[in-house]
Design a protein around this ligand. Structure first.
Ligand code: GDP
Ligand code: MG
Length: 177
């Protein structure tokens, strides 16, 4: 059973960005298919996934794009961002460098993306608290400074994943309809 053919009232595009290995593809497969994979496969073969979300009496179809590993080579092009109304900007709470690069990703979003884009900053792998290198406070702080929403998630334990995507989708719905 999939929802590809379900009627929808509204379709929009959103993108996943952030350093390689932070968990983007697993966050997406959790949200779209409720799946998680332990092996790190940089390419999942598909470039986007859909999920229908009901808001009030409307069905919103979110088309969420994932990098097929191009982020490792800094090879994400402007077409990836084109038309996107939302972004999940993901870092790994156990690797500080991925947090330090958040600024670089924000810069890229502002350069190539829609200015009104709804951005949710996501600190993923919250299940690995014993190897945490970035505090939740630090995440909150940069999100506040940059005007982003913020959430810590675990794709592995399925914590806050749905909430992070839904926050973005609800906000897009609010601002565009
Ligand atoms: P991507 O390169 O950003 O798409 O990252 P992936 O989704 O491929 O994940 C990279 C690695 O991190 C894989 O080995 C995943 O199993 C692992 N991973 C992803 N999310 C989590 C998480 O929430 N917790 C833990 N412990 N590992 C995760
Ligand atoms: Mg990936």
């Amino acid at each position: 059973a999939d929802s590809y053919d379900e009627e929808c009232d509204y379709l929009f595009k959103a993108v996943l960005i952030g350093d390689s290995g932070v968990g983007k593809s697993n966050l997406l497969s959790r949200f779209a298919k409720d799946e998680f994979r332990l092996d790190s496969k940089p390419t999942i073969g598909v470039e986007f996934a859909y999920r229908n979300v009901k808001i009030g009496d409307r069905v919103i179809k979110a088309q969420i794009w994932d990098t097929a590993g191009q982020e490792r080579f800094r090879a994400i092009t402007s077409s990836y961002y084109r038309g996107a109304l939302g972004a999940l900007l993901v870092y790994d709470i156990t690797r500080r460098t991925t947090f330090q690069n958040v600024k670089k990703w924000i810069h890229e979003l502002r350069e190539f993306g829609n200015l009104e884009m709804v951005i949710v900053l996501v600190g993923n792998k919250s299940d690995l608290s014993e190897s945490r290198q970035v505090s939740e406070e630090e995440g909150k702080k940069i999100a506040e400074m940059e005007g982003l929403f913020f959430m810590e998630t675990s794709a592995l334990r399925n914590l806050n994943v749905e909430e992070a995507f839904l926050r973005m989708i609800n906000k897009i719905h609010e601002t565009t309809m």
